[in-house]
Ligand binder design. Structure first.
Ligand code: F0G
Length: 366
């Protein structure tokens, strides 16, 4: 028998699970790696920090097939590209989109071209693009330059562009909001997430609104988006020509979904705010140590944002007076192993000891 994704109940991916909400038909060939159905993790330490009886959950998108949320959108975009009969997809990327696009293209048996800012991609993500045998082009320029080129090449019939300007990507990514409502029984009061090219916040808002329209939920969350302080065009309301941040995934100065993201924030009565590199790294470290969830720096922007909402007078949205027992969801977008540089530095401090129980005892301070 020829197995399909629908035969394997727990591996069926977001298209089989949410087909009626997605732009596919019974004749669309499904390209899936079993994405989605990621854990929504209750976090007692974060909940205690917020106080007022609030409950904080982390939606861990780092456990998708290529280690980021991009896979949800990529299964739809590549399935639709295949249905159109194209032989190649193209994208610009800060790393995760390229890892995801190259995996789904490999799965579909089509070519994948990725355009990357030279020297600016985290090691794990670049390794993935090589492993999945994408055609990799590094340019002397930033992500915004790469996207300009990908858009132009994507206009020809040879390629389908699979950046989030492709509506199929947004359609797939909205399933993360569906999953949250399906697990909690309703939408949370607040949803926090990192913002780069602004596709994901657009997708979540679309998903929450769609589910509410179908009476699957009774409310809509306030959307709180966090940009890195050195790459914060939406917060400052101007294009940033030379964006800079340790969170390379969101080092973007002119987001493609700027307008849609601003609309989501305004309609949901949410806010956009900034977090510094220092706050991002501190949040990444904190989340791993206190909740056991290891994420890449860009993903930690939502956690850094939560901290800011709790204890800074400068927060664009303060949690000092939020309703008691509010439910708060923070999306963490990518796996920590993708971007190990900051931590691999610490590994060098590890010096081998003599192989005796006493030496080991002394070293661990017992
Ligand atoms: N977090 C991670 C880990 C990302 O890779 C990205 C975007 C974002 C957050 C921001 O999401 O762009 O929808 O606002 N990465 C893209 C890429 C730009 O090329 O991989 P967004």
């Amino acid at each position: 028998m020829e197995w399909t994704t629908s035969d394997l109940r727990w591996s069926r991916g977001v298209i089989e699970r949410y087909r009626e909400y997605l732009p596919v038909s019974s004749s669309t060939p499904i390209v899936s790696l079993g994405e989605g159905n990621t854990p929504l993790i209750y976090c007692p330490q974060l909940s205690k920090l917020v106080g007022r009886g609030c409950e904080v959950f982390v939606k861990n998108e780092g456990v998708n097939p290529t280690g980021s949320f991009k896979d949800r959108g990529m299964t739809v975009a590549v399935s639709k590209a295949l249905a159109r009969g194209v032989n190649a997809i193209i994208c610009a990327s800060t790393g995760n989109t390229s890892a995801s696009a190259s995996a789904y293209a490999a799965r579909a048996g089509i070519a994948c071209v990725v355009i990357l800012p030279a020297g600016k991609i985290a090691l794990g993500k670049l390794v993935q693009a090589f492993a999945y045998a994408a055609k990799i082009v590094a340019i002397d320029g930033n992500f915004d330059d790469a996207l300009r080129i990908a858009r132009e090449l994507g206009r020809s019939d040879e390629f389908v562009i699979v950046n989030s300007i492709n509506p199929d990507r947004i359609a797939g990514q909205k399933t993360a909001a569906f999953e949250i409502v399906d697990v909690l029984g309703d939408a949370p009061e607040f949803h926090l997430l990192p913002v780069g090219n602004a596709g994901n916040i657009t997708a979540y808002w679309t998903g929450y609104r769609e589910y509410e329209a179908h009476q699957r939920s009774t409310r809509l969350p306030a959307m709180l988006g966090f940009e890195a302080a050195g790459a914060a065009p939406i917060f400052y309301n101007r294009i940033v020509r030379e964006p800079e941040t340790i969170a390379s995934a969101i080092r973007i100065g002119n987001p493609a979904s700027w307008k849609q993201a601003s609309a989501a924030i305004a309609e949901s009565h949410g806010a956009v705010d900034v977090v510094t590199d220092e706050q991002i790294v501190a949040a990444q470290t904190w989340l791993a140590r206190h909740e056991g969830i290891f994420v890449e720096p860009a993903s930690a922007a939502s956690i850094a944002g939560l901290f800011k909402c709790c204890d800074s007078n400068e927060a664009a949205y303060s949690f000092q007076k939020i309703p008691k027992a509010s439910r708060i969801v923070c999306t963490v977008t990518g796996h920590g192993l993708k971007d190990p540089d900051a931590i691999t530095r610490r590994i060098k401090e590890l010096k081998p000891l003599a192989a005796t129980v006493n030496d080991v005892r002394r070293a661990i301070g017992l």
